[in-house]
Design a protein around this ligand. Structure first.
Ligand code: CP3
Length: 338
């Protein structure tokens, strides 16, 4: 039985299934070691042998209930012909797109470019324990667009917000291309062996009102519809990080199965959102760095308030490179009671 999939169908467990966003990553010495020999972060993403290895590392060490494909949300712009580089200590760097360049984005050959990632998915499904859920993923169009437009991470996504107001038609065209690319990529991941997918809208919380509806809700709903046309009942978690009060109604408006919650969501709101179906997340990643009672208390609060409903235990965002391995062990022992 794959517990995460059961929770997405509405079931609850005394001991909820648990995995951590960014569970394969720099807090693990074995990841840092493999990364050293991969010759660049994107090479790691496009090398099935190494990508399978780093995806398996946290499963071997901690026995998480789910395994998330090792890749990145920026392989989509890369596959669309926008060169992506990951610079040490700087994060991703792209050539910022100009409005007139959006016509040049090409979908032909796009999936061919991502073949190695699909190969990784297939390899993983055969290597993973039978009861481990395999999660595929992509970034949501808005979040991916913020990197295509600014060319790097920013704190408030001013370049993409401005672009959307100054060139709404061009921005719509970009979002439409990303909807199409993301849909076919997710369908291909399901066909390659993914049990479910998660769509990361890490920058959803920066938009409000009509902009949130237009650039976050509508494209997400369209992707869900496109994927389900090929993969009926496909389980999909949506994670509109930072959406605050806009979390209310988001599941219903988009059609997603499970709702990913960041650490800022108040417990009473999380409880209400759980009435609508499975929720995932909540624990502040800083509690994992802190350890001790900060970690235990955060876990207990989630289990006490949400443990009797459909819950996938996770952090409210990715685990950080500073997280001590002993604290991940503490987290698992606290949840699983061993
Ligand atoms: O274990 C997993 O969760 C699977 C792999 C995964 C990565 N990135 C690997 C990664 C996933 C699911 C992502 C998603 C991702 N990538 C998001 C959405 C989730 C989120 O964190 O909000 C975003 C916005 C990105 C874009 C991205 N990739 C940034 C901004 C950075 C630099 C910041 C950083 O953490 O270094 C990355 C790099 C990245 N992606 C790393 C990893 C393990 C670190 C790079 C390295 O090893 O050098």
């Amino acid at each position: 039985m794959r517990k995460v999939l059961e929770v997405l169908k509405g079931k609850s467990f005394k001991i909820p299934p648990v995995w951590l966003m960014r569970q394969a990553g720099r807090y693990l010495p074995e990841y840092r070691e493999t990364r050293k020999h991969a010759g660049g972060f994107l090479n790691l993403c496009y090398n099935p042998e190494l990508a399978i290895e780093v995806t398996m590392q946290p499963i071997r060490r901690f026995g998480f209930d789910a395994s998330i494909l090792f890749s990145d949300i920026l392989v989509i712009p890369d596959a669309l012909g926008r060169k992506v580089e990951f610079k040490e200590g700087e994060g991703p760097v792209l050539e910022p797109i100009k409005p007139e360049e959006i016509d040049q984005l090409k979908l032909d050959g796009f999936l061919d470019h991502l073949k190695p990632v699909l190969e990784t998915v297939t390899g993983l499904r055969s290597e993973l324990p039978n009861e481990t859920t395999l999660i595929g993923f992509c970034g949501a169009p808005w979040t991916v667009a913020t990197y295509i437009i600014a060319g790097h991470g920013t704190t408030d996504q001013a370049p993409a917000r401005l672009f959307a107001h100054q060139h709404p038609e061009k921005f719509q065209q970009l979002i439409d291309i990303l909807v199409e690319a993301s849909s076919s990529y997710l369908i291909a991941q399901f066909k390659a062996g993914a049990d479910m997918v998660q769509i990361f809208d890490s920058w959803a919380g920066i938009l409000g009102g009509d902009q949130f509806q237009r650039w976050c809700v509508k494209p997400m709903a369209q992707i869900v519809k496109n994927v389900r046309a090929e993969i009926p009942n496909a389980p999909i978690i949506g994670f509109p990080k930072g959406a605050g009060s806009q979390y209310n109604g988001y599941r219903e408006a988009t059609g997603i199965t499970g709702l990913g919650l960041d650490w800022s969501v108040p417990m009473h709101q999380a409880k209400e959102l759980q009435q609508g179906g499975a929720i995932q997340g909540l624990l502040d990643p800083m509690r994992v760095i802190a350890g001790g009672s900060a970690l235990d208390d955060g876990i207990d609060e989630i289990l006490e308030n949400l443990g009797s409903g459909p819950l996938i235990f996770n952090l409210g965002h990715g685990i950080t490179p500073q997280a001590p391995i002993a604290h991940v062990e503490q987290l698992l022992a606290r949840i699983r009671g061993n």
